[in-house]
Design a protein around this ligand. Structure first.
Ligand SMILES: Nc1nc2c(ncn2[C@@H]2O[C@H](COP(=O)(O)OP(=O)(O)OP(=O)(O)O)[C@@H](O)[C@H]2O)c(=O)[nH]1
Length: 331
């Protein structure tokens, strides 16, 4: 059936007119289109929203006023439903209209197919709510969220950096004494619970004063960095290498018995002794260190006792000629 586009899809009754004025008063827009989806009627609010006089809209296709994204969305919605859209009753969609001045207006639309008395589909009518402000607010909120997420991420990074700085030794990159003691306390408690051994290797560079005196303090710093790197790169994930201060280092070895810890200390001793550290103007430097090894629970019941026992053995190693490892077996 051909519908005269000049006439509304549905004839107006008094009730229709009342309903229309109610919709107008609510601020929502009312419209009617024929089967080809050409406007046959738009309410005052719809004309206002789109910035067109009704006379410039009536007779034109709805599609002329929709953004390509909106058209695509309706197309997809129709395909997903798998049958002509008028067979589905009311449908709801959100999309952007193009106004006369080229700006966009967002509408939340409910459209309903209309049939004549013989059941022939003659078009659609619908109500569109202007949701442009809501869309702008949503966009602003998303943008604010995005910025906030970026800032939170940055704060977390800085927090992590600060945490690292607080627990690391600046010069060598191994952990500092405070962190070492805190972790050692936890590890000893765990070893006690799990009835596992825990060993401590302490080392002190031999004649380090001479390195500073002969090659300068910066060369001494470089040598300490090399030792830090050696300990870090040759430790297991569960080990904890730290600089106790000056030229003294320690490595905590959770789960390792005394024999195993002495072997590890020997490996570090010979690795250091055979390492040629290039300093300053290219001078090659050879370093040695003395080592003391102690193990929980055989030699100590606390972190303090463990450190004292390892320290005593370290000085025993110094006294007996340096560049050596002293453990309980040597006592
Ligand atoms: N370059 C540099 N030197 C340091 C640092 N901390 C401590 N020292 C130096 O390390 C040297 C330690 O000297 P001593 O305690 O006499 O011991 P040593 O010369 O290693 O002799 P032994 O331990 O007996 O083998 C001192 O000269 C300190 O100034 C540091 O961060 N950088």
């Amino acid at each position: 059936m051909n519908h005269d586009p000049a006439l509304p899809v549905t004839p107006r009754t008094t009730n229709d007119t009342r309903l229309l004025s109610m919709i107008n008063a609510s601020g929502d827009c009312f419209w009617e289109v024929d089967v080809e989806r050409r406007f046959v009627y738009i309410s005052d609010n719809m004309a206002l929203m789109m910035g067109y006089p009704a006379t410039e809209v009536v007779g034109r296709s709805v599609q002329d006023f929709m953004t390509p994204e909106y058209k695509l969305q309706i197309h997809r919605q129709t395909i997903e439903r798998g049958a002509p859209i008028h067979q589905h009753g009311a449908i709801r969609h959100e999309g952007e209209f193009i106004c006369k001045d080229g700006s966009g207006k967002w509408g939340d639309t409910v459209s309903v197919p209309v049939f004549d008395d013989d059941g022939v589909h003659i078009g659609y009518f619908g109500i569109t709510r202007d949701i442009t402000q809501r869309k702008k607010d949503e966009h602003a909120l998303r943008e604010a969220n995005r910025l906030l997420r970026g800032q939170v991420q940055r704060i977390n990074q800085l927090h992590e950096q600060l945490r690292e700085q607080a627990i690391r030794d600046d010069l060598t990159g191994v952990y500092n004494r405070r962190h070492f003691v805190a972790v050692a306390e936890r590890e000893i408690a765990r070893s006690r619970r799990q009835q596992q051994p825990l060993s401590l290797v302490m080392l002190d560079v031999d004649f380090f004063k001479r390195v500073n005196d002969v090659h300068g303090h910066l060369a001494g710093d470089e040598a300490l960095r090399v030792i830090g790197l050696l300990l870090r790169s040759t430790s297991r994930a569960e080990d904890l290498a730290c600089r106790l201060g000056g030229e003294e280092f320690a490595v905590l070895l959770p789960g390792m018995d005394h024999h195993g810890a002495i072997e590890r200390a020997q490996e570090w001793r010979s690795a250091l002794a055979s390492l040629k550290t290039r300093i300053g103007g290219g001078t090659e430097l050879s370093l040695t260190a003395s080592f003391g090894v102690a193990t929980f629970p055989q030699h100590a019941g606390s972190v303090t006792e463990l450190m004292r026992a390892a320290d005593q053995r370290l000085y025993h190693a110094k006294d007996s000629g340096r560049n050596r490892v002293v453990g309980a077996l040597d006592e």
